[in-house]
Structure formats: structure tokens, C-alpha cells
Design a protein around this ligand. Structure first.
Ligand SMILES: Nc1ncnc2c1ncn2[C@@H]1O[C@H](COP(=O)(O)OP(=O)(O)OP(=O)(O)O)[C@@H](O)[C@H]1O
Ligand SMILES: [Mg+2]
Length: 381
């Protein structure tokens, strides 16, 4: 089957930066993906805020700059982009294993009515069973007998993953990408892209895994458990705030504060422990917020398993010692995620390997773009 996303690339649209990654499939029977092209551009103030587009022409111009400045060749103009975590919804619904597609659809509609704070007419939504992701992507016409697709799981309840996003947001993002002269093919929930990038495609994790994405303006905790994303929660932790604290306390410019943050990190042995001391209250606050999010999962998801393993991703995960500090404070195993877990090594020499985690979401989107066997949530497209 021809891949409708042939030559598509992943586009991560954040408040403070846009990122692009394009992957290719290796020749022959080799597994994994080849890193073909990548780029990042900073987004100045006044263009994006809280996931909203404030200035569409400027945002479109930045996307053009991103494509032009890419290292490697960006083939094609089709885009798999993500929608901001704070504006989207993801939910797992468990249903009887023998339910028909119609019955599942009713369960989905009920879930939307009960739990999504927007009228049905104002959202785009899509859903799939956890089983679907193992199947090749198909168009509705190709599903001759929908029952066939779900009949392979019988004993366990069927898990439906529901994704929803405000129409206004998707329409705005579509208009921005159109204006950049590109063709938006798929919009994905950020949590889907992040988990696809850092969880091994071939092996299901044996325990519940927390994925903490630390961004410039916001962070999120994703819980992957029992074969699906069970929860995705925004946490008010921001890399930019940490830079601001350093800038205020040491009376240096934001630019210098950013440099100090990257150089010293949370390593008490660096920079005469100045940065480490300044950031203590903020780190304690951050730990408390993560603990609350982990508690929320424990209370709100009684069938969920304990999260004993946390992977950190996003630009903020490049922070020196963030893994060991969080591990000590949260008393669970914390590691940096590996955004190359599904990518063929070695990656090209020019790739900035030391800040690879910055590209986590873009890599997850690029995998979706490169692999015709992943169905994703098809409707938000
Ligand atoms: N080496 C480093 N040490 C500490 N922080 C870092 C390092 N590298 C990047 N960061 C921080 O990571 C943040 C950017 O992360 P990321 O690129 O994931 O955010 P974003 O996706 O642009 O923003 P958002 O998702 O909030 O819209 C910035 O606050 C930056 O200071
Ligand atoms: Mg981000």
C-alpha cells in the first residue's frame, strides 16, 4: 500500500520554538528509521502563547524558515504536526470485548458528553482501540468487516483511546500551515508523539511508565500503562521560569542566565554550587507538583499500576543532574528518555546529540510520518 504520508515530516509547534524532523525507512529489511533532516527555530514573543497562535503570518514565516534552515534534505511538503497538550484531551475507555463499532461509538459519544468541557459540535475527535495500533493504517473503505479488526482480543476488555481537540484550534493550526505553503496531513495529540518517540515500538513496557516532558513554558506528565496512554496532565513547570529566577537572583540578563543554567545545571559541584542553591526552592516546588500528578494517577485510576519509573524528555530534560535530583526527591527510578530508541544508530555527526531530548516530540511525529503501519488517531486529520 502506498503511504499517504510519503515524504511527510514531523513539525513540533511550541510556544518558544518550532522543530522539524524527517525520518526515512532504511533500505532492505533493517528495522528502525534513519534520521534524514532536522531543524529548530526560536519563536519570539508575540507569536504564540499558551498554544494559541497570536500572529499567523509570523508563525507561517517561521515555519518556512524552519524548512529552509534544515540540516539534510527535507523532501515533500506534507506535515504531521502536534497540537498543544494543554488544549487537547486524551482518555482511555474500557468496554466489553465483544462490542461492535457502533456500540463503541456510543461509548465514545457518552464520554465526550460527560467529560469534555466543550459541546460536541465544537470539537474534532477520533478514537481507536489499542489493538488498532498494531494493524496497518487503513482507510474506512478498506475495512471490509470492522468486527474482524477487533475480534483478536476477546478475554480482556477492549481499550478505546479517545482524542479530542477544539475545532477552532485545529482550524487555526491548519490555516497557519497552509499559509506556510505546506499540507497538514495529520494533527496529533502531543502525548502520542512523545510516547512513540521514547517507548520501544517492539516491546511493551512491563510496568507503568511516567513520561515527564519539560518544556520552555509548560510541562506534562503522561502515564503509559497496560498498553495505552492512560493520562496526560499539564504541570505548571517551565524551563523559562528557571532561567528567570537565575536572572533575577544573580542580576544577569536572561541570555546569560540561560547560559549559566545550561553550563552549571543542578550539579552542586559546578559553578561553586551557586545555581544549585538558588534553584533549591524551585526544585522542591517542582517535585511537589510531580508528586501531586503521580498521586492523581493513583487515586483517579484505581486499576493503574504504581509508577516506579519516570522518563524525562523535552528540552528541560537536558538539564544537568535533573534525573538524579528528581530520583532522589521522588524516590523512584528517574532516567533521561532515549529519543533514539527507535532510530537507527549512528545518527549523523552534525546532529546536536547533547540536546537531542529537545527533539523528542518532533521525532515521535516524524515516526508517524515515516511509517505507514502506524494508524494513529485517524480522525484528527
Ligand atoms: N542543557 C540544558 N539545561 C537546562 N535547560 C535546558 C537545556 N537545554 C534546553 N533547556 C531548556 O529547555 C526548554 C526548552 O524546551 P523545549 O524545546 O522542549 O520547549 P518548547 O517545546 O519550545 O516549549 P513549550 O513546549 O513550553 O512550548 C527551555 O526552557 C531551555 O532553557
Ligand atoms: Mg514542547
Amino acid at each position: 500500500m502506498l503511504n499517504p504520508l510519503s515524504n511527510a515530516f514531523g513539525l513540533d509547534i511550541g510556544d518558544r520554538s518550532f522543530k522539524l524532523v524527517q525520518l526515512g525507512r532504511p533500505r532492505g529489511r533493517k528495522k528502525g528509521y534513519r534520521l534524514n533532516a532536522w531543524s529548530i527555530v526560536d519563536v519570539p514573543d508575540g507569536v504564540m502563547s499558551n498554544g494559541n497562535i497570536l500572529d499567523r503570518p509570523k508563525a507561517a514565516a517561521l515555519i518556512n524558515k524552519l524548512v529552509k534552515s534544515a540540516v539534510g534534505h527535507v523532501g515533500g511538503r506534507t506535515v504531521v504536526a502536534c497540537l498543544p497538550e494543554t488544549k487537547t484531551f486524551i482518555k482511555v475507555i474500557e468496554t466489553n470485548p465483544n462490542e461492535t463499532r457502533e456500540q463503541m461509538m456510543s461509548a465514545v459519544l457518552k464520554e465526550i458528553e460527560d467529560n469534555i468541557p466543550l459541546p460536541k459540535e465544537e470539537i474534532y475527535f477520533d478514537w481507536q482501540t489499542t489493538n488498532d495500533k498494531l494493524q496497518p493504517a487503513t482507510t474506512p473503505k478498506e475495512i471490509k468487516n470492522p468486527q474482524e479488526k477487533i475480534s483478536t482480543i476477546t478475554a480482556e476488555p477492549t481499550k478505546i483511546i479517545l482524542g479530542a481537540a477544539p475545532k477552532q484550534l485545529v482550524d487555526d493550526f491548519t490555516a497557519m500551515i497552509d499559509l506556510a505553503g505546506l499540507a497538514p496531513a495529520v494533527f496529533e495529540i502531543e502525548a502520542m508523539a512523545i510516547s512513540r518517540a521514547v517507548l520501544p515500538i517492539t516491546n511493551e513496557p512491563e510496568t507503568a511508565v511516567g513520561l515527564l516532558d519539560i518544556g520552555a513554558t509548560r510541562s506534562s506528565l503522561i502515564v503509559y500503562d497496560r498498553g495505552a496512554i492512560q493520562m496526560s496532565l499539564s504541570i505548571p513547570i517551565s524551563g523559562a521560569e528557571i532561567t528567570e529566577t537565575i536572572s533575577q537572583k544573580l542580576k544577569v540578563s536572561l541570555e546569560d542566565a540561560e547560559k549559566l543554567k545550561r553550563k552549571c545545571g543542578l550539579d552542586a559541584n559546578r559553578c561553586e554550587d551557586r545555581i544549585w542553591k538558588i534553584l533549591q526552592p524551585q526544585i522542591d516546588d517542582m517535585t511537589e507538583k510531580i508528586k501531586n500528578a503521580l498521586r492523581f494517577y493513583k487515586i483517579g485510576f484505581p486499576h493503574g499500576r504504581d509508577i516506579e519509573h519516570l522518563l524525562v524528555a523535552g528540552g528541560g530534560a537536558n538539564f544537568r543532574e535533573i534525573d538524579s535530583v528528581l530520583s532522589r526527591k521522588l524516590t523512584i527510578k528517574v532516567e533521561r528518555a532515549n529519543p533514539f530508541i527507535n532510530i537507527q544508530l549512528p545518527v549523523p555527526k552534525r546532529f546536536p546529540i547533547e540536546t537531542a531530548l529537545t527533539y523528542t516530540t518532533a521525532i515521535g511525529l516524524a515516526i508517524r510520518a515515516a511509517d505507514e503501519t502506524i494508524s494513529g488517531l485517524r480522525g484528527i486529520q
